[in-house]
Design a binder for this molecule. Structure first.
Ligand code: NI
Length: 168
């Protein structure tokens, strides 16, 4: 396994729509293992391939509510059902140091391929549903700051800019 470099906002890789994976092979499996290592090293609970500069519809998510640490890989994830609405604080490995409350559906059903190329169907709620939605958004170039009010977004971007820019 190898640790990958995480792209930081406003890297253009984060705004591209990722390509569907036609066949799950060794390249996808290696990418997923490297993404899990990268996510854990960065203390994240989810990571999407565009965040490591790969334009493929692959996400890894930590099942944060299970006792043992299990990371799940979802390939070509598609959210087929959404229900409810809930507010929860989100951050992003590509936007270090900032966070905001984001409103999203509370319950989801997601269909995806696993690393063996088999179809999975998962009903999720709570933090797990939240992580899957956040990561699936990355595959369409969407970040959590796109889901909050204009003024809040402006404030976050300004805060973030202040951390990455040198002042002189
Ligand atoms: Ni993120």
């Amino acid at each position: 396994m190898a640790k990958l470099e995480i792209k930081i906002y406003p890297d253009p890789a984060l705004r591209k729509k990722s390509r569907q994976v036609a066949r799950v092979g060794d390249a996808e499996r290696k990418l997923a293992y490297d993404m899990i290592e990268t996510m854990r090293f960065a203390n994240g609970v989810g990571l999407a391939a565009p965040q490591v500069g790969v334009s493929k519809r692959i996400i890894v998510v930590e099942d944060a509510e299970s006792d043992s640490r299990i990371a799940l890989t979802l390939i070509n994830p598609k959210i087929t059902h959404k229900k409810g609405k809930v507010k929860f604080c989100e951050g992003c490995l590509s936007l270090p140091g900032v966070s905001s409350d984001v409103v999203r559906p509370e319950f989801i059903t997601v269909e995806a391929l696993n690393l063996d190329g088999n179809t999975l169907k998962i009903n999720a709620d709570g933090l797990f549903a939240r992580i899957i939605q956040h990561e699936a958004d990355h595959l369409d170039g969407i970040m959590f700051i796109d889901k909050i009010g204009f003024l809040k977004r402006k404030k976050i971007i300004k805060q973030f800019g202040a951390k990455v820019c040198m002042k002189f």
